[in-house]
Write a protein that binds this ligand. Structure first.
Ligand code: SF4
Ligand code: SF4
Length: 217
């Protein structure tokens, strides 16, 4: 009998949580139903890429040590590191470096694992070309500083939906300096750091016998 009741309780809990997820999902759907389409007049208007956007890779030739870690961590062994061994100095000499953006999946592994941080993801996303061979960027092309939507005077930058203030649906209606809904990543990091230091100070107070004794006396 007890086993049967436990099964019924489990089933009820699962049904309740399933219903909650269903309502959450429908909430998102209904929230989208009241939104009207927003047209971005590209190329005169462009959306600002999100903070962690993984666009064209930037490369710094002078910082590269030709270790080839980027090649080994790449799912398709894409970066080409062209180096020769200098027999006098017994050191690698880098000649060329290239990445073919026609094959790159922009996973960011090479950027993540590069020991000298000479690779970085940029917000540049306009890589379209008539010739696929021109997507193979050498170290000069990779070293070019990225274009930015916000610093281009000929473009009107627009915020994406996630970066709009609460209640605003159309980035065209936005007045300057309106804060986005929610917290910025650096605000979240600060809060987490403050929370962690509070927890650590509480733990150290609990562990310190002198403090606990003085409190007791
Ligand atoms: S991992 Fe970095 S330092 Fe090593 S070869 Fe690649 S780009 Fe150069
Ligand atoms: S972003 Fe990913 S696919 Fe592209 S070169 Fe780097 S590791 Fe390879």
């Amino acid at each position: 009998m007890l086993g049967f009741l436990e099964k019924v309780a489990d089933y009820t809990k699962e049904a309740a949580s399933a219903a909650k997820y269903l309502v959450d999902g429908l909430g998102v759907t209904f929230d989208h139903m009241r939104r009207r389409p927003v047209t971005v007049q590209y190329p005169y208007e462009k959306l600002i890429p999100s903070e962690r956007y993984r666009g064209r890779i930037h490369y710094e030739f002078d910082k590269c040590i030709a270790c080839e870690v980027c090649v080994r961590v790449c799912p398709i062994n894409l970066p080409v590191v062209d180096w020769v061994m200098n027999k006098e100095t017994k050191k690698k000499e880098l000649r060329n470096y290239s990445i073919d953006f026609g094959a790159c999946i922009f996973c960011g592994n090479c950027v993540e694992y590069c020991p000298t941080n000479c690779l970085s993801m940029t917000e540049e996303y306009e890589l379209a070309s008539f010739d696929r061979h021109s997507l193979n960027y050498d170290n000069v092309a990779l070293g070019r500083l990225p274009t930015s939507v916000t610093s281009d005077p000929s473009v009107r930058p627009l915020r994406e939906l996630a970066y709009l203030p609460e209640g605003v649906m159309d980035p065209h209606e936005l007045t300057a300096n309106q804060a986005r809904a929610g917290k910025l990543p650096n605000q979240v990091i600060k809060e987490l750091q403050a929370q962690k230091s509070n927890e650590e100070s509480n733990n150290s107070t609990d562990m310190d016998p002198n403090k606990s004794n003085s409190t007791n006396s």
